[in-house]
Write a protein that binds this ligand. Structure first.
Ligand code: HEM
Length: 164
């Protein structure tokens, strides 16, 4: 069934309404300090009538055949449209990070960068991130760059999700 904008959606969420719903797909990841890997991902963007989206992403590391090997990264948070074309994002990770992001919405494309990354004493040295999300022919495509473990900002993840 085609995606329909919920009738009780807060007007401030209109620019990001295209994210709403559950998405499923696959991605690839890499970084200079680790082995490249593939993963399966499920993402949900939900609303309750108030002017924020609840975001939840879960992943599974996959083998060459695309079969799940083990649970991978999880993250959850809140996407908060602010003034015209701007968004704020608050994210938390089980790997010991809490982040504040700011970004811009340009049609069916969102670009975001971290303003603050806080980490627990035992977390790996991840210091900054950049993300781009875009709706391309009905698919949610994204790329995620990071600066971590002494490396400059560069690609860690890229994925493609279809409406579930
Ligand atoms: C789709 C989501 C993600 C997947 C599937 C994923 C997967 C991986 C994998 C497989 C590794 C190699 C080490 C390991 O097995 O744990 C890794 C390392 C790492 N990831 Fe991710 N990751 C994801 C998202 C993130 C996010 C959102 C962050 C930052 C908040 C992040 C930060 C890191 C860091 C700092 C390392 C360590 C690099 C090193 O040890 O040199 N990852 N990731």
């Amino acid at each position: 069934m085609a995606f329909q904008i919920p009738t009780d959606l807060h007007p401030e969420l209109m620019p990001v309404a295209w994210l709403l719903g559950t998405w499923h797909g696959n991605g690839r990841g890499d970084y200079p300090t680790i082995e490249a890997f593939g993963y399966e991902q499920e993402v949900a963007f939900a609303h309750d009538g108030r002017p924020f989206l609840h975001y939840f992403s879960r992943t599974w590391i996959t083998d060459e055949a695309g079969e799940r090997v083990r649970p991978g990264a999880l993250e959850t948070g809140f996407l908060r449209p602010s003034e015209e074309g701007r968004v704020e994002l608050v994210l938390a990770h089980p790997t010991g990070y809490a982040e504040i992001w700011y970004g811009e919405v340009d049609g069916a494309r969102i670009t975001l960068a971290t303003d603050v990354v806080a980490r627990t004493v035992t977390a790996k040295e991840y210091t900054a991130g950049q993300r781009m999300y875009g709706l391309v022919e009905g698919a949610l495509m994204y790329a995620h760059d990071m600066a971590a473990e002494g490396q400059p900002m560069q690609s860690h993840l890229w994925g493609k999700l279809e409406r579930a």
